[in-house]
Structures are given as structure tokens and as C-alpha cells.
Design a protein around this ligand. Structure first.
Ligand SMILES: *Cc1c(COP(=O)(O)O)cnc(C)c1O
Length: 478
């Protein structure tokens, strides 16, 4: 399997293998990597998937994307290990809400949100490639609360990785902060920056822009545009659909959407041969994708806080992959479109690209009031507690899923205990953390406050990565 950037000229002479795409993340031209062709599974092959465990299914799905970068046995061993710590034997279990209506629970990993499903795999693949090359890498990232803990859990205790996560001091929830600051692994550092989330992001960008620093510490990222993350997310679409009768029964999915990575994986699953009837995105008041699907206009406005903070995004990075496809896979044209979007805040998509997008996905917008109402309604109807992101998925599924008996699956992307206050407000019940996190609020924390200052952050990173002699300092310096 070979990969190209969404922004490279259409002659496609320059292609990369999986290993390089995995380590690079973003392409040097600013584009995102996509495979030159999407592998296909026949109906007979998909029928056979019904007998596989989740890691075995993941190996089937990832194998064509990975190509010869990993032997099949090594890949399966990595996947078995990645999902061994999940707290449900099905890994991604389905729960029935009503007739033909299902919830796909994607919160059984270490940080109780769906990002674990891909990041647990990504961290291990990364580590394996580095080991093979005799290299180390330093992962740096900024978080407003949620993705940081998933990245930390993915990288902790990996032999060839160090991870530094910057978060805004005092501006994350206690649960979010503790999921980061209580991890007692020698290769994990969390920095409480005296500033906002944007300040944290700016510091990370500045570290990457500091070429000598970047090279000296081999900076890398495990962000949501990595193709391996998309590929790993394809697996639960197949797992849930075959459990409901695919390929002989088509299935609809509704996905709470921010960066467009999760729903894009659903689109890839469909392209691989899975019969997906409707693919519905749910957005909160940050509704740029909803507006594009409805009107063909994509215009950036300010990000507004909502009850579903993981979807408080204006520019959905992974949407570029779909745009590439609906714009005739013309990287030169797409590079111009993206440059204009960046400059003017308005995406000049062609009417054809819009029409094709509308044929592939539907969209529904849910405000905070409706989110609370949906949490209350589902609790009254079924006794289930939904987190706000999952509630948006159910609302989108009910609004735009097919009503003809096609099973409708809403993706439950976070455990209700991750956003307990909203759940309590809506239902009167304060959701409790699952067993593996039950003592989170009493674990010892290691907080490292640091100034909103590039030199201070770089000095801290430099002092805390193992040197070229392989000797590291394992104590936080502050
Ligand atoms: C990250 C996240 C989302 C958004 O997923 P994308 O792949 O960015 O669209 C939705 N819900 C939860 C709980 C998340 O953590």
C-alpha cells in the first residue's frame, strides 16, 4: 500500500509507505496522507468477519493499509496487546436502546473516550517502528483536557517514546486533569501552562517551528490526522455492522463530529465494502460542517464553548480528506482551495463537490438545550446515561437515520462519568467512574506549573528527555 498527500500534484509519482506515513503524521506540503487506493472486502469476506474477535478483525482491516511494514503475526500481537486492558470483552459493545436503535459504546478503554480505540494502537505501532530503527521520539502536544490523557495512555511505558503534554492551568475539569497528572510513568510529563489552551497550542507549534530543537529532540505528534488512527477507527464500524447482520443488512451510523476523523473512518468503511445506509454527523453550535452540508457554504466563525467540548472546533482537519475525494483527487486544485480557505475564512468548494458530499453524509445540529433534553429523554426511556457527545449522536440518528427498519447505530464516544455535571443536571443522577478509575480522585497528582514562555518549556523538555547516552532524569524538576 502506498500513500500520497492530499495537496500533491496529480501525477502521484512520489508515494510513501505506511511506516513513513505513520511517523510523519502530516505531509510536508501541509496536506494529509491518503492511500492511493482503498482496499475492498467482498460480501463473503465480510460475512466471515462475524466469527472474529475484535483484535482479529482489526488485523484483517489494518493489514492491507499496513502492507509489508508489519508481519501479520506482529500486527496481531500489537492489536491483542492494545485492547487487552479494555474493560469490556467485546471491546466495542452494542447496546440496544429500542427497536432498531443501538448505541455503540466506545468508552471501554483507559481514558473512557473513543480516542483510545485508535491511540492505543498508534502508540504501539510508533514504538515498534522506532525500536526497529534504533531511534527515540519525543511526543509533544497541547490539550484542552480530553485528547491529552488519551495520548498519555497511548505512550506511557513505551520504551522509545517520551511524551510532554501542555494544558492550561486551572482550565480543565478535575477529572480531565487527574487523568493526566496521576499517571506515574517515567516517560510522561504534564505541564500546567499559565495561559489558555490557545497559548498551549502556540507553544507546541513554536517548538515544532524551532528546527534545531525539533531535530535535537526528534519531536513528533500523535494527532488526529495520522492515517493509522483513521484505519484503526474503521474497525468498530465493521465490528458493529457485522454484529447487526452486515453485509446482508445495511446499517446507518450517527457520529458526534469535531475534527471529522471518526466519521471519515465510517466513510472509509463504506468504501471498503461495508453496506452503510446513512452516515450522519451530529454537531453542536459550532456547526460549520452542518452549514456546509446544508448550504454548500463553509465559513469560519469564532469557536463557542458548548456542553460537548470535544466538538468545539471550527476547522475540521480531516474534512480535507473527503474534500480531496469529492474534488476529483486533484491535489493541485485542493492546495489552492485550502490556501484560499486559510486566507479568506471561506471554502471555495465547487457545486459538484458539495453535491457529492451531500450524497455521502447527512448532518444535524443540536444545541445545548436539546443535548440536555436528549440525555433526559434517553434516561427516562431506557435508564441509560449518555454523555453530551453521545446524546448529540442519538439526536442526529433519530433526526436523520432511515425509518424503514435499517438498524441505526449512534456512536457513544465518551462515558457519562467523563462529563458528570451535565448528566446530573439533566437526570438528577451523578454518574460514577468505572472500576479502573474509581480511585482517580484520590490518587497522587504530579502537577508541574510552567510559565507561558517558549524558552522555559523548551528548557524543561530538554532537561527531561534522556540524553544521547541514554540516561534520563525520571523526576519532575518542579
Ligand atoms: C474527539 C471527540 C469527538 C470528535 O471526534 P472527531 O474525530 O474529532 O470528529 C467527539 N466526541 C468525543 C467524546 C471526543 O473525544
Amino acid at each position: 500500500m502506498r500513500y500520497i498527500s492530499t495537496r500533491q500534484p496529480a501525477d502521484h509519482r512520489h508515494t510513501l509507505g505506511f511506516e513513513d506515513v505513520l511517523i510523519a503524521g502530516l505531509a510536508p506540503d501541509g496536506g494529509l496522507y491518503v492511500p492511493t487506493e482503498i482496499p475492498q472486502f467482498s460480501a463473503a469476506e465480510i460475512r466471515r468477519f462475524r466469527r472474529l474477535s475484535y483484535p482479529e478483525l482489526a488485523a484483517e482491516i489494518l493489514a492491507p493499509f499496513v502492507g509489508d511494514a508489519f508481519h501479520r503475526d506482529e500486527l496481531l500481537a500489537i492489536l491483542e496487546d492494545a485492547y487487552a486492558g479494555f474493560d469490556h470483552r467485546a471491546i466495542a459493545p452494542l447496546k440496544q436502546l429500542g427497536s432498531g436503535e443501538f448505541l455503540l459504546e466506545l468508552f471501554h478503554g483507559p481514558t473512557i473516550a473513543f480516542k483510545d480505540y485508535a491511540l492505543q494502537v498508534l502508540g504501539r505501532l510508533f514504538d515498534a517502528v522506532l525500536a526497529r530503527r534504533g531511534e527515540r521520539a519525543t511526543i509533544v502536544g497541547a490539550t484542552s483536557g480530553d485528547t491529552g490523557s488519551a495520548a498519555i495512555e497511548a505512550c506511557r511505558d513505551r520504551d522509545n517514546l517520551d511524551i510532554f503534554i501542555l494544558y492550561p492551568h486551572g482550565r480543565t475539569s478535575a477529572v480531565q486533569r487527574r487523568q493526566m497528572t496521576t499517571v506515574a510513568a517515567p516517560n510522561v510529563r504534564t505541564l500546567a501552562v499559565e495561559g489558555s489552551f490557545d497559548d498551549c497550542q502556540d507553544l507546541v507549534k513554536a517548538m515544532f517551528a524551532d528546527a534545531p530543537f525539533r531535530a535535537r529532540h526528534r519531536l513528533s505528534a500523535v494527532n488526529s490526522i495520522n492515517w493509522a488512527r483513521i484505519a484503526a477507527q474503521v474497525v468498530y464500524y465493521f465490528a458493529s455492522a457485522v454484529a447487526l447482520g452486515a453485509p446482508d443488512v445495511p446499517v446507518s451510523f450517527a457520529v458526534p463530529t469535531g475534527n471529522f476523523g471518526n466519521v471519515y473512518a465510517g466513510h472509509v468503511a463504506r468504501r471498503m465494502g461495508l453496506p452503510v445506509a446513512e452516515l450522519v454527523i451530529g454537531t453542536n453550535r459550532n456547526d460549520i460542517l452542518y452549514r456546509f452540508v446544508e448550504t454548500g457554504e463553509m465559513t469560519i466563525s469564532a469557536v463557542e464553548p458548548s456542553l460537548s467540548p470535544s466538538m468545539d472546533i471550527q476547522v475540521s482537519s480531516n474534512f480535507e480528506r473527503l474534500l480531496f475525494e469529492v474534488s476529483g483527487r486533484d491535489g493541485t486544485a485542493l492546495a489552492a482551495i485550502m490556501a484560499s480557505f486559510r486566507k479568506t475564512g471561506r471554502l471555495p468548494a465547487s457545486p459538484e463537490a458539495w453535491a457529492e458530499t451531500r450524497a455521502l453524509i447527512r448532518a444535524h445540529r443540536v444545541d445545548d438545550e436539546e443535548t440536555r433534553a436528549m440525555i433526559r429523554e434517553i434516561h427516562r426511556e431506557t435508564g441509560e446515561l449518555l454523555d453530551p457527545h453521545s446524546a448529540i449522536a442519538v439526536a442526529a440518528s433519530r433526526a436523520k437515520g432511515l425509518k424503514d427498519g435499517t438498524p441505526r447505530v449512534a456512536l457513544a464516544c465518551a462515558h457519562p462519568a467523563k462529563f458528570p455535571d451535565v448528566v446530573e443536571e439533566a437526570t438528577g443522577i451523578y454518574p460514577s467512574l468505572p472500576a479502573h478509575l474509581a480511585d482517580l480522585m484520590t490518587r497522587a497528582e504530579r502537577e508541574t506549573p510552567i510559565a507561558n514562555d517558549l524558552a522555559a518549556v523548551e528548557a524543561y523538555v530538554a532537561a527531561n528527555v534522556p540524553g544521547f547516552n541514554g540516561v534520563g532524569t525520571n523526576e519532575a524538576s518542579a
